[in-house]
Design a protein around this ligand. Sequence first.
Ligand SMILES: Cc1cc2nc3c(=O)[nH]c(=O)nc-3n(C[C@H](O)[C@H](O)[C@H](O)COP(=O)(O)OP(=O)(O)OC[C@H]3O[C@@H](n4cnc5c(N)ncnc54)[C@H](O)[C@@H]3O)c2cc1C
Length: 409
Amino acid sequence: MHAEEKDFAVIIVGGGMVGASLAVALASLPLRIAVIEAFDPRKRGAPQPSYDDRSTAIANGSKQILETIGVWEDMAKDATAISAIHISDRGRFGMSRINAHEENVPALGYVVPNRAIGRSLWAALGACPNIQMFCPARLESLVNEGDTVKVTVKDEDGNIANLQGRLVAAADGAQSVVRKILGIDATVRDYGQTAIISNVSTEKPHRNIAYERFTDNGPMAVLPMTEGRSALVWTVPSEQAEEILQMDDPQILERLQELFGYRLGHWQKIGSRASYPLSMIKSKEQTRHRVAIIGNAAHGLHPIAGQGFNLSLRDVAGLAEVIAGADDPGDRQVLEKYRRWRAADQARVMNFTDALVRVFGNPLSSVQAVRNLGLVMFDLLPGGKSLLARHTMGRGGDLPRLARGVPLQ
Ligand SMILES: Cc1cc2nc3c(=O)[nH]c(=O)nc-3n(C[C@H](O)[C@H](O)[C@H](O)COP(=O)(O)OP(=O)(O)OC[C@H]3O[C@@H](n4cnc5c(N)ncnc54)[C@H](O)[C@@H]3O)c2cc1C
């Protein structure tokens, strides 16, 4: 650690998908930025919780943000375009399909492995001279002294570094240590569901189609990936998760085949499985004087509609923009502006995602819901058709500059 360099404009706790995105977004400004991250994603085998075996569906608006901050070109090497979304309800007639060409867009969204997101973001972090990394290292303490926030950071060898910043951005995940230190409570709703993820190979090619299939046990998303594979996100009642995780490959493939049907022919291969218990988490405060809570630390969502990172990227773009226009990034008014600006989008996405979970958690209403909603991965769609995009993307004045392709400087 560089003990001599300890004054920063912004200290970001957590270099996961959201914290790293914020750091890269801010790097174009004349600010000194520190990023504290416990697990180095560049180290093979490191148990990095953000850049793990999952893949993330990236909406067009998010792609625009990633493009504007200069990381999309590299990420695109591993991105798979979604040219259509197919929604169906197991055992029932309801079905819906949305095509990119009908929407006049090259793609409805993109699927990117989280490790590729990490590779591109961390390459950008390493190339920014005004970003100093503290990794692997953990935030140990944080004291808000009014004009500055002082934090201590401990690395793997037990060395301590003392840093101070004008703003601390807490991007340290659902179990946020910053939230705990500051005594900021979070509302948690346990859905009693667990997402099981894996990569699968099927007999027929995916032809860039994303499938969202509702079953009486919960939804399955099958997203197109590189090398003809698909990324599976299978939501099951938590009490069944352990039994499913114990199944061997033929057993689990048989179960998946039965639930999904033969649209992709036989399910041939499945990779290792990982599981994520699902809950909705909402921090009771998004900002404090000189502190902003972002990403999973601010709001954790059910992955049913692939919204979590997409929403957080809009937060990142908004926070970066208010900081760009301020002399003091941690000023009360700056953070208040950010909070007010982002509140409506956050509430809408959280409420809508929660409503989807409830509606599709009830088998009796699922056909009707599919018909009424027509689609589920709605925010992967461009402006006109998307419920969410009508609110967020459609209101041009509210969209952060980075999401409109306009750099901060
Ligand atoms: C199964 C599943 C599928 C999903 N699919 C999608 C999707 O398709 N589209 C979408 O938009 N979203 C999706 N999401 C949501 C998305 O994964 C999250 O929004 C995103 O991971 C949030 O990132 P984050 O950086 O806020 O938090 P995290 O990913 O939790 O990262 C937090 C980081 O902080 C670090 N950290 C924690 N404590 C400390 C400390 N004390 N000191 C230093 N570092 C610390 C951790 O090591 C970690 O790197 C999905 C989620 C799940 C569970």
